[in-house]
Write a protein that binds this ligand. Structure first.
Ligand code: CP
Ligand code: NVA
Length: 302
């Protein structure tokens, strides 16, 4: 039984396929009678140390639709913001809440909550991982193509980001071919590239054309992730050749689709004409956050 979602490694292919089935079931049933309510009588805390639109709103709405009560906490306005430790916070909140969804900086804080608390913990983004988003992205691909195995995704931009890490692991688990095009300064972690969670592959190149060749999907993320604002000017300069513009799109398969976890910085990592083109599926992808988050909670609480 899976208790937490901390890095994404908790789900093997078999568990992930069940998770996608749950997401499809919850999506098809949304708004209809007799939907599952595994969170009936339960309160789920959302602890956020970083900004959020999609993750916060989709979890709050999803928790409500599953019969539970969401409780949003701006971490800076809790005693954590004044230095109360993770072990103490975990032990106290476990007495009140039935689960915690947390967005923060340090991965070790998420894992500390799971270690010291006694309730399910969901990682809603750290500096290292964004598993909820990567799972949603694969569900979006599965919905479109009916398969994941053998599908090629080209990722252009910051290869050392939480999204690159989580997509690399999820794509490998699902048997996909994931190619990161990133400069040396923002190359993916070798440990992530070497990890072997399934039949898929993850590679790094500095050449966007190599990644784009025969790509079924192009993915990009902001060049300046939350918490890295002091590096903004340098990042913009170094990542410029990795912009997803129409020229990049034309180098992939004819029916390629473009994905982005959002928020997009239009004109930086992705151009307006790509974002608003027939190639873009970013808003379907965003909608699926709701269905996937409900599926994650359904899986942890059923
Ligand atoms: N993609 C994503 O996590 O969006 P938010 O930062 O708006 O939650
Ligand atoms: N890499 C981005 C993802 C935002 C959803 C960040 O961490 O800011």
């Amino acid at each position: 039984m899976i208790k937490h979602l901390l890095t994404g490694r908790e789900f093997d292919l078999n568990a992930f396929e069940k998770l996608m089935d749950a997401a499809a079931m919850l999506k098809a049933g949304r708004g209809k009678a007799n939907q599952p309510r595994p969170l009936e009588g339960k309160s789920i805390g959302l602890i956020f140390s970083k900004a959020s639109t999609r993750t916060r709103v989709s979890f709050e709405v999803g928790i409500h639709e599953l019969g539970g009560q969401p409780l949003y906490m701006d971490a800076g306005k809790t005693q954590m913001g004044r230095g109360e430790s993770i072990p103490d916070t975990a032990r106290v909140l476990s007495r009140f809440l039935h689960g915690i969804v947390i967005r923060t900086f340090k991965q070790s804080d998420v894992e500390g909550l799971a270690e010291w608390g006694s309730i399910p913990i969901v990682n809603a983004l750290t500096d290292d991982y964004h598993p909820c988003q990567a799972f949603c992205d694969l569900f979006t691909i599965q919905e479109r193509l009916g398969k994941l195995e053998g599908v090629k995704m080209a990722y252009l931009g910051d290869g050392a980001s939480n999204m690159a890490n989580s997509l690399a692991m999820a794509c490998k688990m699902a048997g996909m071919q994931f190619v990161i095009a990133a400069p040396e300064e923002f190359r993916p972690s070798q440990a992530i590239l070497d990890e072997n969670p399934g039949k898929g592959t993850a590679e790094w190149t500095t050449n966007p054309d190599e990644a784009l060749k025969d790509a079924d999907f192009i993915y990009t993320d902001v060049w300046v992730s939350m918490g890295f604002e002091s590096e903004a000017a340098e990042r913009m300069r170094i990542l410029e050749p990795y912009r997803v513009d129409m020229n990049a799109v034309r180098k992939a398969k004819k029916d390629v689709r473009v994905m982005h976890c959002l928020p997009a910085h239009r004109g930086d990592e992705i151009t307006d004409d790509v974002m608003d083109s027939e190639y873009s599926i970013v808003f379907d992808e965003a909608e699926n956050r709701l269905h996937m988050h409900k599926a994650i909670l359904y899986t942890l609480f059923s």
